[in-house]
Design a protein around this ligand. Structure first.
Ligand SMILES: NC(=O)c1ccc[n+]([C@@H]2O[C@H](COP(=O)([O-])OP(=O)(O)OC[C@H]3O[C@@H](n4cnc5c(N)ncnc54)[C@H](O)[C@@H]3O)[C@@H](O)[C@H]2O)c1
Length: 274
């Protein structure tokens, strides 16, 4: 039986681990070849370790074990020229580009008075402008090919409802929600669909590096302002495996979602619902 994205090519940012690696594997399982990028240095101000080239090599190994092809490059989403060159390399190898998952992101948590201009800039540069760069690097290839396509931008529950002690992240993730809708409007005539996904708590190095960690900015925020604790509570308890988000990405990437565009899809155990 043909896979749900058989013969398509997907470009994924932040693909060395966590949700990005899971997206690469889920799409590869369903027949896609992968263009993967991630960083190989510690992102400044981030309180947990960001990915390494070894992590990205492990994604390559796991995609190849599924008998799919992958082009992987170390690259920073803040650098549009680097992204363009990584995408061009992948398209030269595979001959097309159909799916984009703008997934790379960071979360620097803490109460408002601990946020510095540098923290806010780093967050916006990666989570918002980095996602815009991702789309801009991919679009010329998709438009030229005339095959349509699907772009999925990772926002957050925090891009629907503000979470406490996370002002820079909330700013960036609400921006991603608006960006997806803007691109969706303009690109519909080219049959390129653009949607955002909004994860709740996902079991990845990011969430594990900031939630329930005694020295994290969340802990400090809770001590200072306990009334806000529980503002973003999931109805379904526990942490989601990354594959739950990948299943939503796969649906949006597939032809099953041919008429779904401009949508903000929450996969958050009810966290943002009312
Ligand atoms: N884990 C959660 O609970 C959760 C909830 C909602 C939204 N999200 C979002 O999901 C996405 C994936 O996060 P995750 O949970 O897999 O965490 P993660 O930290 O494991 O993955 C994020 C990846 O982005 C990469 N990255 C960071 N800065 C980069 C840069 N400048 N250039 C290239 N790559 C960069 C990291 O190295 C890492 O591999 C992020 O956008 C995050 O904000 C996560």
């Amino acid at each position: 039986m043909a896979g749900r994205v058989e013969g398509k090519v997907a470009f994924i940012t932040g693909a060395a681990r966590g949700q990005g690696r899971s997206h690469a594997l889920r799409l590869a399982e369903e027949g896609a070849d992968i263009i993967a990028i991630d960083i190989d240095q510690q992102v400044e101000h981030v309180p947990y370790a960001t990915a390494t080239a070894d992590d990205l090599r492990e994604t390559v190994r796991q995609v190849e074990a599924l008998d799919r092809r992958i082009v992987a490059e170390v690259c920073d989403v803040r650098d549009l020229e680097e992204l363009k060159s990584a995408v061009s390399k992948g398209v030269a190898e595979f001959g097309r580009l159909d799916i984009v998952a703008g997934n790379a992101g960071v979360d620097i948590v803490g109460p408002w008075h601990d946020m510095t201009p540098e923290i806010v800039r780093t967050t916006i540069d990666i989570n918002l402008i980095g996602v815009w760069n991702t789309v801009m690097a991919a679009l010329p290839h998709m438009i030229d090919a005339g095959n349509g396509g699907s772009i999925i931008l990772t926002s957050s529950a925090n891009g629907i409802k503000a979470g406490p002690w996370n002002v820079a992240y909330n700013m960036s993730k609400f921006g991603v929600t608006g960006m997806a809708k803007s691109f969706a409007q303009e690109l519909a005539k080219d049959r390129i669909r653009v949607n955002s996904v909004h994860p709740g708590g996902v079991d990845t190095p990011m969430a594990n590096g900031i939630l329930g960690v005694p020295e994290s900015g969340f802990t400090k925020g809770q001590e200072e302002n306990p009334d806000l604790f529980g503002m973003l509570t999931q109805w379904i308890p526990g942490m989601m495996p990354p594959r739950e988000i990948s299943n939503a990405v796969l649906f949006l990437a597939s032809d099953e979602a041919s008429w779904v565009t401009g949508h903000a899809l929450a996969v958050d155990g009810g966290m943002t619902q009312y």
